[in-house]
Design a protein around this ligand. Sequence first.
Ligand code: ATP
Length: 217
Amino acid sequence: MRIGLFGGTFDPIHWGHLRSAEEVREAFDLDRVYFIPASIPPHKRGQTRTPARDRLEMVRLGVAKNPRFTVSTVEIARPGVSYSIDTIRHFAENQCKGASLYFIIGLDAFAEIGTWKNFAQIFPLCNFIVTSRPGNGYASPLRGTSIAVRRLFCYDFKKKIYTHRCGTSLHFLKLTDFAVSASDIRERVRRGKSIRYLMPSSVEAYIKNHGLYKRKK
Ligand code: ATP
């Protein structure tokens, strides 16, 4: 089994997330992609977030029509800050033991990985697929990362990928640009603007019915 792990705040989930996951799934022939909403994202600590139950429900609605997409409550169920090392260990050692794991992450977020808790212990556990954000062309997945991260990888000229000495790999995938962000959606709702066609209509309806994002977050 080839499994994708796609973490995020998903506040709310939008077409940018869904289309990225679909392009990664297709390019890497993944059997399943888990969307993993964070409870308390370490890099967004202190920021007001929509309650986890609402973000989780919106992710459920967003992925509902794709049989290869599913939601994981592992971070929401775990108390405290949502560190990726704990999540990846959970999948590698319990839920998906024996599968090939691919952690999906945007180029901007991966550039910060050297600041993540126990980052060096993550790389032997799973492969990484670093994806472009709108405006990025083709790039090295290591762009913007610290030397402590770079020194862990070698470039394999035959396979044209970066490899870790434990055998895992690091890839870059250029996605179709879809310049939508959750913060932009929240801002539009706050200003009373339309959010139609930026996310599945079921998610849009959830936002309206629950009065989300009316005040500044
Ligand atoms: P915010 O605007 O609140 O920071 P966001 O829209 O960037 O949120 P997150 O939940 O923080 O969404 O992102 C989860 C993952 O999805 C990250 O790896 C991020 O790089 C990626 N991502 C988000 N929006 C897009 C997009 N439009 N295209 C490609 N990848 C995206």
